[in-house]
Design a protein around this ligand. Sequence first.
Ligand code: NAP
Length: 304
Amino acid sequence: MKDLVIVGGGPAGLSAGIYAVRSGLDVVLYERGAPGGAILNTEKIENYPGFPGGIGGPELVSRFEEHARDLGLKIETNEVFEVIPAEKHYRLRLRNGEIATRTVLIATGTGPKPLGVEGEERLRGRGVSYCAICDGAFFRDQTVAVIGGGDAAVEEAHFLTKFASKVYLVHRRDALRAKKAIQDRALANKKIIPLWSSVVEEIKGEDAVEEIMVKNLKTGEVKPVKVDGVFVYVGVKPNSYIVENLVETENGFIVTDVEMMTSRPGILAAGDIRKTPLRQVITAAADGALAAITAEKYISNLEN
Ligand code: NAP
């Protein structure tokens, strides 16, 4: 029987692993893909303390991973499909096999939320993308549209100007949601053309994206805009399905107490998957640390 199984290998899961190993817990971390989480898709992290001038997302998280492995954290490629409550422990159904554990930490993060318009699904991978760092280089000297007005959309629009000759930033309001520093830099970039108070109604193209139908919400006018690519950044959806019937959630995000325990004792959550006012690397790492310490306390209470 494990003390703790960590599900998810982003900053929250890896930080939890560091604290759990150092607390002497018998712990394993399962990650279904490559460890790293969402920041693998972030070119540069500019607000993680200790790195003036910023650090690449993949580099930062590979340091987290190296640190955790150095301390002895076992990181395995596996997927958890189901968490089954049992007497004072949980059974986890895995891609291959099953494991019993006293506590489980859900650190599975979020995935991109689709826009939900016609053409999006059909042209996914053929000009429609949710990851500028993965696909941006395909659009050298071409025109792309970024949909959304949050940190991700505005930051990635700026990143895409490295490749694209023109980047439309299509936002449904006339003020961006993104942090001011991110906004100021993007709006000063001449390659970025904001389309304010506008929504994309359809993505068109035969075999690849050719144009988007953009509706101006103030005038009601719908007009085609020629683009070669569409990057959708309209928010995130939580990967909470493995525990959604077991713990309290709000819009799919897991509700925890201040110590990261969910409504079901023994199941903890940390990082972007949590109902939280701030989703950043630093808050995910802090959540992970606290979750590991809470797991340790919970286990010693079980034993006494
Ligand atoms: P977000 O903050 O939820 O922003 C989503 C954006 O998409 C908003 O501007 C929203 O418009 C727009 N939107 C939502 N649904 C839409 C629809 N159906 N059609 C058109 N537009 C739509 O999501 P995010 O930018 O992906 O960020 C997710 C989390 O990660 C946030 O907590 C963010 O702070 C964090 N993050 C931080 C950084 C950073 O600090 N550098 C970078 C990336 C992400 P409205 O504004 O009108 O609601």
